[in-house]
Design a protein around this ligand. Structure first.
Ligand SMILES: NC(=O)c1ccc[n+]([C@@H]2O[C@H](COP(=O)([O-])OP(=O)(O)OC[C@H]3O[C@@H](n4cnc5c(N)ncnc54)[C@H](OP(=O)(O)O)[C@@H]3O)[C@@H](O)[C@H]2O)c1
Length: 243
């Protein structure tokens, strides 16, 4: 059965791992036919990812887009509907972090973080949800963070955006429960991705890998439709890195 799955922030890190995990699942189960709609701002990342998915026999569409560009979201979603006929899953993964002491974060850091983590996530979800609602089926994942319910010294801005994303998740549940749409809040701890920039080897040893987060997401999607995994909290075995 065909499943049209949108993954934002697919080009790197956790989003990329989710696309590859869906491809792996499809290669193991011929009746599962995902069509992966891969979105991020860097086209070359998407093309190399699409080639990897393709090598597993999985169809992809690459869309180079900035989710914070709200005007582009209507044509983006309309285009997906026109080309593929439906949307079954939205994975709100695109997100950014600007970290540092509270007193040093700037207005530009604030705007950049909120535009992507909040505005982009909110409005893309707003465009896609009515399609799932009309189908009385579908699944929305929000990749928030353990920072959606716990503060860390250098994460004031990031935590603020992630606590707010969690607010959106809880509001969406109230709508989704009425129409058979599943909502999953994924709260990862530290995973080794480009988001962290340059880090030392000792710190890398304390982190998860992006595929560790991708696996339970795909498993939650593939569960029978009668079952909804509401939250996935996943941490390094040694606990949080208290940066
Ligand atoms: N890594 C962790 O430890 C960790 C832990 C908890 C939660 N998370 C969350 O997991 C999600 C993914 O994080 P990650 O670590 O995989 O980050 P990452 O390695 O920096 O990858 C983020 C991806 O999102 C894309 N992206 C960023 N802004 C975008 C925008 N405005 N429009 C479209 N695409 C955009 C980036 O590509 P372009 O720059 O090319 O657009 C990139 O492909 C984020 O929401 C993050 O907050 C991460």
């Amino acid at each position: 059965m065909k499943h049209t799955i949108i993954i934002t922030g697919a080009g790197k890190g956790i989003g990329r791992a989710i696309a590859l995990e869906f491809s792996r699942a499809a290669s193991l189960n011929p009746s599962f036919e995902p069509l992966l709609v891969l979105i991020s701002r860097t086209g070359s990342d998407l093309e190399s990812l699409a080639a990897e998915c393709d090598s597993q026999g999985v169809r992809t569409e690459c869309i180079q887009a900035d989710i914070a560009d709200i005007q582009s979201l209507d044509p983006l979603v309309e285009g997906i509907m026109k080309r593929h006929g439906s949307i079954d899953c939205l994975i709100n993964n695109a997100g950014v972090g600007r970290f540092g002491p509270f007193t040093e974060l700037t207005e530009e850091d604030y705007q950049y973080t909120m535009d992507i983590n909040l505005k982009g996530t909110f409005f893309l979800t707003q465009k896609v949800f009515p399609i799932l609602e009309a189908n009385r089926s579908g699944h929305i994942f929000f990749i928030t963070s353990v920072a959606a319910e716990k503060a860390y010294p250098s994460s004031s801005l990031y935590s603020m955006s992630k606590y707010a994303q969690k607010g959106l998740v809880e509001a969406m549940r109230l709508y989704a429960v009425k129409c058979g749409v599943r909502i999953t809040n994924v709260m990862p701890g530290a995973a080794l991705t480009p988001m962290w920039g340059e880090i030392d080897e000792a710190m890398k040893d304390l982190m998860m890998m992006p595929e560790d987060i991708a696996r339970p997401i795909v498993e939650a999607y593939l569960l029978p439709r009668r079952t909804s995994v509401e939250e996935i909290v996943i941490r390094p075995v040694g606990g949080d890195i208290n940066e």
